[in-house]
Every structure is written in C-alpha cells, then in structure tokens.
Unconditional design. Structure first.
Length: 135
C-alpha cells in the first residue's frame, strides 16, 4: 500500500461520508417529488416558482445527480453535478441574506462530505488531485 489513504479506515470513512450525503440528498429529492406544503413554501421564500411541477423537477434533478454520485462508475460526474446544485442553493441563500452557518454554508458542508468521501474511496481521484502535504 503505497498510498497512505488506501487503508480500510480511509475507505470506510469515505463510504460513510458519502453515505450520509447520499441519504440526505435522497430524502431531499423524494420530498420534492411529493411536494408537501413546507417544500412549496420554502421554494416561494427562495424566489423560485412555488409550483408542484417545479418542485418535482428539482426532486428528479436531485435524485438523478445523487444516483450518478452513488454509482461508482459515474461518481465523479455526479459529484460535479451535485456541486453545481449546491452552488445554486448557496447563491439562493446568499441572495436572501439567510444565516451563514446554517442555511448559506449548508451546501458547502454537504459538498465537503461529497468530495472528501469520494476522494477517500476513489484512488483515481487521489491521483488526479493529490494532497502533497499528506504523504
């Protein structure tokens, strides 16, 4: 094992971080498919169309990107697409002046779980994006 991060502990840490993010995103996407009133209300507050069809569109988009991330062969594509989705959420909360640590930066925290989880469980990504000081 030439790579310090190829241990079982790193692999399982990556799987756990990725799993937490995937579970959150699956629930988030699913509640948008059956848009309950709090979903519609939050979309209105964020300045998006407060319609069931738009909520379903966002739900399907979230679920597709999450499934791409969860499938090992397409995990990198899923991570890139989910990063874009998180960026949109961050921008929406910034625009409204929502609390920084809870609302605005939540997309950053989730993105970190996605990328650190993928980096720990995917040796090809570690080769592509090495952390020089950790060797």
């Amino acid at each position: 094992m030439d790579d310090a991060f190829s241990s079982r502990a790193a692999l399982w840490t990556g799987r756990i971080l990725s799993g937490i993010a995937v579970l959150f995103l699956l629930v988030d996407g699913a509640i948008k498919l059956v848009p309950i009133q709090p979903v519609i209300d939050s979309m209105r507050e964020l300045g998006y169309p407060a319609s069931e069809s738009f909520a379903r569109f966002l739900g399907v988009l979230t679920l597709v990107c999450t499934l791409l991330y969860a499938w090992p062969r397409t995990a990198l594509l899923g991570a890139v697409l989910l990063t874009g989705l998180m960026g949109g959420a961050i921008a929406s909360h910034l625009r409204l002046g929502d609390p920084i640590f809870t609302h605005t930066l939540f997309g950053v925290w989730l993105g970190l779980f996605l990328w650190v989880g993928l980096w720990l469980r995917e040796p090809r990504l570690r080769k592509l994006m090495p952390l020089a000081g950790l060797r």
